[in-house]
Design a protein around this ligand. Structure first.
Ligand code: SAM
Length: 253
């Protein structure tokens, strides 16, 4: 019996989610979230993904690298239960697990095989090939290490009449998102390079990423989040209306 195993990272995620705050709690919720999975090392070989393009969705197994250093706990407080009830970590999708492994079904939009300049900065000639999986609907932090990819098989992976316990349905927060004139101007200025940015912000904020104890209470705090290279500030204007105040392009500050 082995008591430990080693896995090799086979790819890395390029995601609009640059920090943990405001990332949806599961994939498939924010459809406007688009990212890329760059295969790495020996896995960066088009043979590994031959045939994968036939599938609309794939499973990603990954490492919760953003919380890994904080270790794990036997009991956690699922946000779904308002953050005030403890459950066994294995009864939850918490990131603080004995092995910090996550799993997400994401949409596979296309697979790209391209040639990129190698890291060898002394050479203008060196080119390497790169396999990139373009994915969407993800719930992954930028830089997430991927340890496996599998095709999603509807006949086996959809379980009819399954019980979802305390998380049977997708949570609904009844939030309306409004945009200030200033934020709409920034969106318009960036529409060419970021055509889905407004939908992404809206779909992320409809989830109400505030801590559960703040929900349904008056709250005048100004919150910030990062999507792509934008710093976004927002605030509740009443119990169910949220206003995006400013969207700042961090590259131009
Ligand atoms: N779908 C996965 C699962 O069930 O294993 C992840 C569920 S977990 C509840 C989702 C949260 O993990 C996100 O809201 C985000 O805050 C966090 N997260 C995503 N990628 C992460 C990473 N690489 N490291 C640490 N936390 C991450």
């Amino acid at each position: 019996m082995t008591s430990s195993v080693n896995f090799n990272v086979i790819g890395t995620i390029d995601s609009p989610y640059k920090e943990k705050f405001a990332i949806p709690r599961q994939p498939g919720i924010v459809t406007a979230a688009q990212g890329q999975l760059h295969l790495t090392g020996l896995a960066n070989n088009e043979e590994l993904v031959r045939g994968l393009e036939q599938f609309s969705h794939i499973w990603l197994l990954f490492v919760f690298h953003g919380t890994q250093s904080q270790g794990w706990k036997p009991l956690v407080r699922p946000p779904r239960l308002g953050g005030n009830k403890k459950l066994g970590v294995l009864a939850t999708r918490s990131t603080f697990r004995p092995n910090p492994i996550g799993m997400s079904v994401v949409k596979l939009d296309r697979i790209e095989h391209c040639t990129v300049n190698s890291d060898n900065r002394n050479s203008t000639e060196d080119k390497t090939s790169q396999v990139i999986l373009h994915i969407s609907e993800l719930d992954l932090l930028d830089g997430t290490p991927i340890i496996d990819i599998k095709p999603y098989l509807p006949y086996a992976d959809i379980v009819e009449n399954a019980h979802g316990g305390y998380a049977q349905n997708q949570p609904s927060n009844n939030i309306t998102v409004e945009f200030s004139p200033l934020s709409l101007k920034t969106l318009a200025d960036n529409i060419t390079h970021y055509p889905t940015l407004q939908s992404l912000i809206e779909q992320v904020l409809i989830q109400d990423p505030r801590p559960a104890y703040k929900h349904h209470k008056s709250d005048d705090k100004v919150y910030g989040m990062s999507l792509y290279n934008f710093n976004i500030k927002w605030q509740m204007t009443d119990l169910t209306t949220l206003q995006v105040i400013t969207i700042e392009d961090a590259k131009h500050v």
